[in-house]
Design a protein. Structure first.
Length: 134
């Protein structure tokens, strides 16, 4: 699950910002590789490599055009991370890259305008994650 909140200026000639709140379900799959884990002593550390992918399904939103979610595209995201494992604790840093434009270029607003026809987005999220294995 992911929640995004942001503002967008749709026309650079008008000083008006539209606010968006988007709820997204993100089922996915990934792999975590921890090489050398069996070769290290109990108190040592091991590097971690993570690779994954998920599908972004926008469940709902509030924003312009009565929150019509057909103004949004669904799509694939890739995740890449590196980090270290200490005993049963892990610390990783990574990136999440969207492979789709968030806004639907073919969306027609109630007034007939195609508000996103010239809008193209690319999202890159940088994150740090801590975890504990039980």
């Amino acid at each position: 699950y992911q929640f995004n909140k942001f503002s967008l200026q749709m026309d650079s000639n008008i000083n008006e910002w539209s606010k968006f709140k988007i709820h997204c379900l993100k089922p996915g799959i990934g792999i975590r590789i921890t090489p050398f884990i069996n070769m290290l002593r109990e108190d040592d550390w091991s590097p971690i490599l993570e690779v994954g992918t998920s599908y972004n399904y926008h469940m709902g939103m509030s924003g312009p055009f009565s929150g019509d979610k057909s103004q949004l595209n669904n799509g694939i995201t890739s995740n890449f991370a590196i980090g270290a494992r200490f005993n049963s604790y892990s610390l990783t840093g990574g990136v999440e890259i969207d492979h789709f434009s968030l806004f639907n270029k073919d969306f027609k607003a109630p007034n007939g305008n195609m508000s996103f026809k010239d809008v193209s987005t690319s999202n890159l999220y940088v994150y740090i994650a801590a975890s504990h294995d039980f």
